[in-house]
Design a protein around this ligand. Structure first.
Ligand SMILES: [Zn+2]
Length: 332
């Protein structure tokens, strides 16, 4: 059973802004809690959607859009309901880090969590056991984080044995969000991310990466805002979808060969830009050794074919750092 205490009533009509109080007893605060912000906005029968950001604390576009949404959206403007969490892993959000400084937990790698574990594990357990069973759709907005830069994409995730209707509806929703590139993840034998929790609970899972480099992308904020507006319209919660929406390009990450890694420590000089189309054996970049300038640089080559959708941001690399990854059209 969760130890997290909610100050909001999930069944209550109207708009509430409150906290999920995660017990965190430390020397400075023996009976202390971590107050995770949450808003519940409900108006009569209709679909219920969970919107979250700050799953990774150094990804900001979703945090901005959901904070503003909580301030601006009123219950009488909607039909159905929203559960909004703009700072889901609060300790990581406050520290501006991917993982929690309190327990080292990467929230998107610890599902199904543990009600008796560290704060990150408690949050994951609450999301999976309490929040997801209440909702029809979850949309969790990401933004690359400090170490990566992304070409923006929206995504949806389902298991290989999901009912056809679930897959059809997931695709229909993600294609209406207005993001030119859409990534499909068919998750097999994984149990660690929020999308996997959604799959277990039979909830439609929407995600996406809308920026990176630990900064705030203005186009990324606009894309998240548009995605939220269209998601609410698509679900019949608020507003209308514009007519004649363009078809996005449907992509997937085709396996381990989509990723390129630094072979050893040094400074990585990339040879591509986001969006470049590459083939097997094309140059991804070089690792150089300014500390030993007589030593020749080491080339890194792509092992797959597709578009460069993600690049490492910091120049300094360790062996094993991902320096780029590719995605390819789903039916290629
Ligand atoms: Zn993330």
């Amino acid at each position: 059973m969760t130890q997290i205490i909610s100050t909001v009533d999930f069944e209550q009509e109207g708009k509430q802004i409150g906290w999920l109080r995660v017990p965190h007893s430390v020397t400075r605060s023996a009976y202390g809690t971590l107050p995770i912000p949450i808003a519940v906005i409900r108006n009569g029968p209709g679909p219920l959607v969970m919107l979250s950001a700050g799953n990774h604390g150094d990804e900001y576009e979703g945090q901005i859009v959901l904070t503003r949404l909580i301030q601006q959206l009123q219950a009488d403007q909607i039909r159905g309901g929203l559960i909004i969490l703009p700072a889901l892993n609060l300790p990581a959000v406050l520290a501006a880090t991917r993982v929690s400084p309190l327990d080292g937990g990467n929230l998107n790698r610890v599902f199904p969590g543990d009600p008796d574990g560290g704060p990150t594990w408690k949050i994951a357990d609450f999301v999976e056991q309490v929040l997801l069973p209440k909702v029809d759709v979850v949309a969790d907005f990401h933004g690359g984080g400090a170490s990566l830069d992304y070409r923006p994409h929206a995504s949806t995730h389902y298991g290989p044995d999901a009912p056809d209707e679930h897959k059809r509806r997931s695709l229909e929703i993600v294609k209406t969000l207005g993001v030119p590139h859409v990534m499909i993840f068919e998750r097999r034998n994984k149990a660690i991310g929020l999308p996997d929790a959604a799959i277990r609970q039979g909830v439609i899972s929407i995600g996406g990466e809308y920026g990176g480099m630990g900064s705030v992308s203005r186009p990324g904020v606009q894309l998240v805002q548009q995605a939220v507006d269209r998601l609410l319209a698509c679900l019949g919660i608020k507003g209308e979808l514009p007519a004649g929406l363009p078809e996005p390009e449907i992509l997937h990450i085709f396996g381990p060969a989509a990723y390129a890694y630094a072979p050893e420590p040094g400074v990585f000089e990339p040879a591509t830009e986001l969006g470049d189309q590459v083939h097997v054996g094309d140059l991804c970049g070089h690792v150089l050794f300014p500390e030993n300038p007589a030593r020749s640089s080491v080339p890194v080559f792509f092992k797959g074919e597709g578009a460069v959708v993600c690049k490492r941001h910091p120049g300094r690399v360790e062996a094993g750092d991902c320096v780029a990854h590719l995605a390819a059209p789903l039916n290629a």
